[in-house]
Design a protein around this ligand. Structure first.
Ligand code: BES
Ligand code: MN
Ligand code: ZN
Length: 500
């Protein structure tokens, strides 16, 4: 099991220690097992609710310390609002919310997975448990000290009490697999660039072999042979060698064309010779969020043995200024044969994607492709940190991505592609230039650039995750800087529409 903390399922039984977490609706109604566990303490809860004006609204909570009549140290009551309104995602959030309300001292907690209408279904309890784990994750491997009263996550244990223990454990298996993928993606994004350089990224992707993923690593020599000069140009100023990692999960029908996911993995983006300002440059260790999502997704799909053929490809480079770095004005020939004039060395992500996308299409002839990249600051200006920008040549893909986005809370907003924008990247000297010439429509001209490396017949979507991949608004189910955005979205896309 993936452990942000120790979590298990058990039957409804009043715990003797720690924190007891129970749910009530907006009529302050509890389920039968909860009522039984509370016994006469229910009166106390009613009085406390009145005193605190707690009405059981969704997400609201009430904490009682050393509650008379119970053995536990604390009783935490959490509101669900109207039970009929609860969607799948709300249960994940409820779990995350419950985890967030536990005092940092908590070593043991028991969560009663019960609604006023009765025990949660196994799937609901499993969603709740996944929410707990998503919220519990903290990237603290470089912290050598801790606040005195804080219980370290690995010393915390949580029991989710359910009606059907075996059923909940079974339903949790696939949620646990996806959780593992999300946490892996978060780890990768949070890791600093002195640790996570392209070769190390490739090594971490090789770990997926354990889950049954075939992993292949292309080194600089192999990439030179393939003619990936757009990607190699970005990495040429770095002491760290570039890598492309190719991951394959064959859970579908033999011989059926795969789906391909492609991620931008710029391990650090200084901007290169067109160097970035110092303010917040440290954030650019997260310029691998697209690649991190692809690796996490592959891990998730393999761990839950998804019945689908899927490829994951990531382009890993470091964008540095150096005597050997690429210059503005340089012209490179991409693997596709198209030439690119480099106007701004900070528009490097599209150069990396150009070669990896071309390679993915030529070698694997995928059914469709989705790329993810922290590609432009412009998408953050347009959409903020709530929605990722979605650019696609295919309406069906747009509809499906939008739908799973709403369902998972990892939302996408469709942005335009059009010939007028495409014209903006024509170059005086080469087939195209790597920026649009002005800042206007910066996310769109970047997408138009990538589109030139996708043939019109292949359905393709580009997700610009610069606003959502890291430092996004903290939510009930995430307190981590690196969000792991996209793993749950794309896992659901595959599960709902493409598994046999
Ligand atoms: N990695 C950045 C985009 C980015 C910026 C991601 C802020 C997350 C937060 C990308 O490589 C970049 O530098 N884009 C430039 C493009 C410009 C030079 C055309 C940008 O957005 O400013
Ligand atoms: Mn850049
Ligand atoms: Zn970048």
């Amino acid at each position: 099991m993936t452990d942000a903390l120790k979590l298990g399922f058990g039957p409804f039984a009043a715990p003797a220690r720690g924190v007891l977490v129970v749910f009530c609706d907006d009529g302050l109604t509890f389920g039968a097992a909860t009522r039984k566990a509370l016994g006469r303490t229910a009166d106390l809860v009613a009085r406390a609710a009145k005193a605190e004006r707690f009405t059981g609204k969704k997400g609201a909570s009430l904490l009682l310390i050393v509650p008379e009549g119970l053995k536990v140290a604390r009783l935490l009551v959490i509101g669900t609002g109207k039970v009929a309104d609860l969607k799948q995602q709300d249960l994940v959030k409820l779990g995350g919310g419950a985890m967030g309300k536990l005092p940092v001292t908590t070593a043991e907690a028991t969560i009663f997975a019960e609604l006023p209408v009765g025990a949660m279904k196994p799937e609901q309890a499993a969603d709740l448990a996944q929410g707990v784990q998503l919220r519990a994750y903290a990237f603290d491997r470089y912290k050598t000290k801790r606040k005195d009263d804080e219980t370290p996550p690995e010393k915390r244990s949580i029991i989710v009490a359910v009606g059907d223990v075996a059923g909940a454990r079974k339903a949790f298996v696939s949620r646990d697999a996806v959780l593992g993928g999300v946490l892996m993606a978060r780890d990768l994004v949070n890791e600093p660039a002195n640790v996570l350089y392209p070769e190390e990224f490739a090594r971490r992707a090789l770990v997926l072999k354990k889950a049954g993923v075939a992993v292949e690593v292309l080194d600089v020599k192999a990439m030179k042979k393939l003619g990936m000069n757009a990607l190699l140009g970005v990495g040429q100023g770095s002491m760290r060698e570039s890598r492309v990692v190719v991951m394959r999960w064959n859970g579908g029908k033999a011989g059926e064309a795969p789906i391909a996911f492609i991620g931008k993995g710029v391990c650090f983006d200084t901007g290169g010779i067109s160097i970035k300002p110092a303010a917040s440059m440290e954030d650019m260790k997260a310029d691998i969020a697209g690649a991190a999502c692809v690796v996490g997704l592959m891990q998730a799909l393999a761990a839950r043995k998804a019945k689908v053929n899927v490829m994951g490809l990531i382009g890993c480079v470091e964008n540095m200024p150096d005597g050997n770095a690429q210059r503005p004005g340089d012209i490179v020939t991409s693997m596709s044969g198209q030439t690119i004039e480099i106007i701004n060395t900070d528009a490097e992500g599209r150069l990396v994607l150009a070669d990896v996308i071309w390679y993915a299409a030529k070698r694997f002839k995928p059914k469709f492709m989705i790329d993810l990249a922290t590609l432009t600051g412009a998408i953050i200006v347009a959409l903020g940190q709530e929605y990722a920008g979605m650019f696609t040549n295919n309406d069906e893909l747009a509809t499906r991505l939008t739908k799973v986005g709403e369902a998972t809370g990892e939302k996408v907003w469709r942005m335009p592609l059009a010939p007028e924008y495409d014209k903006m990247i024509d170059s005086k000297f080469a087939d195209m230039k790597n920026t649009g010439g002005s800042r206007w429509g910066g996310a769109i001209t970047a997408a138009q650039f990538i589109k030139r490396f996708v043939d019109d017949k292949t359905p393709w979507a580009h997700l610009d995750i610069a606003g959502t991949g890291f430092d996004s608004r903290h939510s009930d189910i995430n307190r981590s800087w690196g969000s792991g955005w996209g793993v749950r979205l794309l896992d659901k896309l595959v599960a709902d529409f493409y598994e046999r």
